[in-house]
Write a protein that binds this ligand. Structure first.
Ligand code: SF4
Length: 388
């Protein structure tokens, strides 16, 4: 029997599909944005921004779900007036989202927001105000996101492209505005070129990535309700992230914004762009299943929800293929004849009645987490012993 001794060597990072595209670096509050920093997940509050308590409450929920940066709308003067308190009390950086009214850009900067998002397509006479905006943002030391959107493209560009928000049109609009900022010596710029069609969106970001070194904020705009929006965002982000493109992401859903964070976090985890936490590997069920796999998988997922420890848990509907199919899992169950075989790393460690499967899996998950934690401590001790 061999005994393994931890030498304290860091584990090699899990493989990714492509290295990150090199970008210039920005700071949005205390969150670094760009290729030297992890990809961050954003969302946007759905409260009336002037309802300060409700907005801060939602920001707290988003923060708890893992949101890195939050955006708030600023359509009216009362919303602009609420920004100083929100920016001060929010636990995560706040970006003010400005459409139509250039005066709110300056209010947001004065309020201490960590960044401002502007949509040059719908801010009146924006080009003429760029110098002032660049100076105000530069003096405050905050970045600007140029957020171009297929649904509100600059009319001049839209006319040039015969009324169609093509990828080329989105890119041209974004780079045109970025160029105006650069003329005034301002380069702390992040860009998004969102479109509701994932194919056009992917193509726009690909073209943009080739033509500049600005960090890119990914989004499929108006992606739809939870199911459809999740799929559209996942395929589009997957296509871009697999090429190293994307520095911040926002999954737009017609749903509670906490769901956006959960989906965004899971997309990054699935691509090894964030450390994986709990992963449920459950079979799709088939004619061999001897248990309600869907219900069992849901109960196990709910029972283990919130676990921060990286753990792969397999839920299999039968003992024929179950353990074999889940050999790579840390822990799992294969059900049959009213019982569940609980296995760890493919080895059956016990058999329990069906009613105790979920409870047993939770107990075993906690035991494994604790043991792995202890192993790390032992590994540290072993390292000390070896080096002395
Ligand atoms: S584990 Fe069993 S029940 Fe599930 S899909 Fe495979 S064979 Fe079917």
């Amino acid at each position: 029997m061999s005994t393994s001794i931890g030498l304290g060597l860091p584990a090699s990072p899990p493989p990714v599909l492509a290295p990150r595209r090199k970008t210039r670096q920005l700071m949005v509050g205390n969150v670094g944005v760009g290729s030297d920093h992890p990809i961050s997940v954003q969302s946007m509050t759905t409260t009336k921004t002037h309802d300060i308590n409700a907005t801060l409450q939602q920001i707290a929920q988003l923060t708890a779900a893992g949101c890195d940066i939050v955006r708030v709308a600023c359509p009216k003067t009362i919303d602009a007036e609420a920004l100083p308190i929100i920016a001060k009390k929010s636990p995560i950086p706040v970006i003010a989202d400005i459409h139509f009214q250039p005066k709110y850009i300056f209010s947001a900067i004065d309020a201490g927001c960590a960044a401002v998002r502007v949509n040059p397509g719908n801010i009146k006479e924006f080009d003429g105000r760029v110098k002032e905006v660049a100076k105000a943002a530069g003096d405050a030391g905050i970045p600007i996101r140029i957020g171009v959107n297929g649904g509100s493209l600059d009319k001049r560009i839209l006319d040039k492209y015969h009324g169609k928000a093509t990828p080329e049109a989105l890119v041209e609009s974004a780079l045109w505005e970025a160029g105006l900022f650069e003329e005034h010596g301002f380069g702390d710029i992040k860009i998004s070129v969102k479109h509701s069609d994932p194919v056009l969106m992917v193509e726009a970001y690909r073209q943009l990535a080739e033509q500049c070194d600005y960090p890119l904020h990914l989004g499929v705009t108006e992606a739809g309700p939870k199911f459809m929006g999740t799929i559209k965002s996942s395929v589009a982000f997957g296509a871009l992230l697999s090429q190293g493109i994307g520095d911040t992401i926002r999954v737009s859903l017609s749903a509670d914004p906490v769901e956006e964070i959960k989906v965004g976090d899971q997309i990054l985890q699935s691509m090894n762009l964030r450390p994986r936490k709990l992963e449920i590997v459950s079979c799709p069920s088939c004619g061999r299943a001897q248990v309600d796999v869907y219900k069992l998988a849901e109960e196990v997922t709910a029972g283990l929800e919130g676990m921060e420890f990286p753990l792969r848990v397999a839920v299999m509907g039968c003992v024929v293929n179950g353990p074999g199919e889940a050999r790579d899992a840390d822990l799992g169950v294969a059900s049959g004849n009213g019982k569940g075989q609980i296995f760890v790393k493919g080895e059956v460690i016990k058999t329990v009645p069906e009613s105790q499967i979920v409870q047993t899996l939770i107990e075993e998950a906690l035991r494994i987490a604790e043991e792995q934690g202890l192993e790390e401590i032992e590994g540290t001790k072993a390292e000390v012993k070896v080096t002395q």
